[in-house]
Design a protein around this ligand. Structure first.
Ligand SMILES: Nc1ncnc2c1ncn2[C@@H]1O[C@H](COP(=O)(O)OP(=O)(O)OP(=O)(O)O)[C@@H](O)[C@H]1O
Ligand SMILES: [Mg+2]
Length: 358
């Protein structure tokens, strides 16, 4: 097991900067998720760590060893980094045991040693007895476990996973998530897990690094990411959020400010250095807002329901506030409920987060 450090890592392809000054410290035994939209540089970071790509600038350290700098590049096979890809990349003509044992054969281990370690790896992923099957005769989840076993058989110091569940259906994803989680708890292996699925990142990781356009824009535990997004992008990418304008009247005191949002006075959470500010960006989660039918005389703080989606037990609503035409406020309303599209509601703002000014 080992920690991992990236220090101001840059990767350019020609003049295009795919990874831009990324610094990350992953603790020994930590489960870190890298989350971000397509093309933001996630896979490139994984390939840099595994040693499939050279850094343009910066330093990568694995445990005690510097493995990548502009001048030095330790080859992938010496890094003891295990990689699992989305496309399982199993050999179709080899059976499960041969697939898992392949890296050991390449490394020149003898047959008896190989079969012992293959059996161990298959046991770790719950596939004891599957050694003679062909990949074609396995389910998607089982294939993914074979890919994981093949990565574990080399006894990696760190495991990198690139969207390993993207090809699986929702149920299987859930059960594989539990398996990754259990494997991590049992072995304490340092894991870096790449995904563009925020719920997967939140469910699995100790900390999540959110990336946008080659940069890490926030690195925090899941709950902090959700409750205290560092930017509008993070607020909208992680969980459901409405970002609306509000006027912050007071400087932060004990983590709270007085503000006016959508025509309502309210108390919001804010960073300690938050000053009074006109037209600040406010992140409202569906649970931050409560609603009731608007009555005659309600002017400020009302809105028209534009969309309703049944979610099982509750409805997810989009409401257009009278005070912010064109914006949509996301709300949840418990079942049974009598509201309908075109109806008018009054909102109360119970909580919310002032997104720090850039
Ligand atoms: N070998 C390459 N040559 C040129 N550009 C590249 C190369 N590899 C990646 N890129 C570019 O770098 C950017 C980041 O790519 P990367 O594969 O890291 O994205 P990603 O975050 O993994 O996206 P996805 O979620 O779609 O897998 C993209 O714009 C991509 O086109
Ligand atoms: Mg990718």
């Amino acid at each position: 097991m080992a920690g991992l450090g990236l220090e101001r890592v840059v990767k350019q392809f020609g003049s295009f900067v795919a990874v831009n000054e990324v610094s990350l410290d992953i603790r020994d035994g930590e489960f870190l998720a890298v989350l971000g939209p397509s093309g933001c540089g996630k896979t490139t970071i994984l390939r840099l760590i595994a040693g499939f790509e050279r850094v343009s600038r910066g330093t990568i350290r694995l445990g005690e060893h510097v493995v990548s700098t502009e001048e030095e590049h330790m080859p992938p096979e010496r890094r003891r980094v295990g990689v699992v890809f989305q496309s399982y990349a199993l050999w179709p003509h080899m059976n499960v045991g041969e697939n898992v044992g392949y890296p050991l054969r390449v490394a020149g281990l003898r047959r008896e040693q190989r079969s012992r370690r293959v059996a161990q790896a298959l046991e770790t992923v719950g596939l004891t007895g599957f050694g003679d099957r062909r990949p074609a005769d396995l389910s998607g989840g089982q294939r993914q476990r074979v890919a994981l076993a093949r990565c574990l058989v080399m006894d990696p110091q760190i495991v990198l996973l690139d969207e390993p569940l993207a090809n699986l259906d929702t149920h299987l994803r859930g059960s594989m998530q539990r398996e990754f989680d259990e494997y991590h708890r049992r072995t304490g292996t340092t894991m870096l897990y790449i995904t563009h699925d925020q719920s997967e990142a939140m469910a699995l990781a100790d900390r999540v690094a959110v990336m946008s356009q080659g940069r890490v824009v926030q690195l925090a535990p899941p709950s902090q990411l959700y409750r205290e997004p560092a930017s509008r992008m993070v607020a909208e990418f992680v969980g459901q959020a409405s970002v609306v304008e509000g006027d912050v009247w007071t400087a932060a005191e004990a983590g709270r400010v007085r503000a006016r949002v959508l025509g309502r006075e309210c108390l919001l959470r804010a960073a300690p250095e938050q000053p009074p500010q006109q037209a600040a960006a406010i992140c409202l989660r569906p649970d931050d807002v409560s609603v009731r039918p608007a009555v005659a005389g309600d002017a400020a703080g009302t809105g028209i329901i534009r969309r309703m989606t049944y979610k099982g037990g509750y409805f997810s609503l989009e409401m257009e506030p009278v005070d912010a035409p064109g914006r949509m406020l996301k709300l949840n309303v418990q079942e049974p409920c009598s509201v309908e599209v075109g109806g008018r509601l009054a909102v109360d703002i119970r909580d919310g987060w002032v997104i720090p000014a850039a």
